[in-house]
Design a binder for this molecule. Structure first.
Ligand SMILES: [Zn+2]
Ligand SMILES: [Zn+2]
Length: 116
């Protein structure tokens, strides 16, 4: 929460505080959020209240937003069979969709690494 300016028309807490991201939107778009709207932080860092990181979304669609971003970044193409699969990891090394794919393909990646 930050101190709201006198002229800020949005909701004030304890008479003088408001959310920083609401203030940022008001400052740039000159509007306050409607009852059914909320602010989504695009990089999911709730403390990053730069305007570029904010997006106004409908309250009932907000959850969907989070599921979607999570899903997209956790889909990987299996390095063995090429199948798309879901796992919550950062892709740094070869990734396989199953134990079987790993057993059948890990050596290919071993060879690549040995050559370099
Ligand atoms: Zn959000
Ligand atoms: Zn596979």
């Amino acid at each position: 929460m930050v101190k709201a300016p006198e002229e800020y028309p949005g909701k004030k807490y304890r008479g003088k505080y408001c959310y920083e991201h609401h203030l940022v939107i008001w400052g740039i778009e000159n509007r306050i959020l409607k009852e059914n709207e909320t602010t989504h932080h695009i990089n999911e860092d709730k403390h990053d209240n730069k305007y570029e990181n904010l997006r106004i979304v409908k309250r009932n669609e907000h959850n969907k937003f989070h599921l979607q971003t999570k899903k997209e970044s956790n889909f990987h193409i299996c390095d063995g069979c090429g199948k798309k699969f879901y796992r919550r990891v950062m892709k740094k090394h070869a990734l396989f969709c199953s134990r079987n794919c790993y057993k059948n393909n890990w050596y290919k990646f071993q060879k690549i690494r040995d050559r370099s």
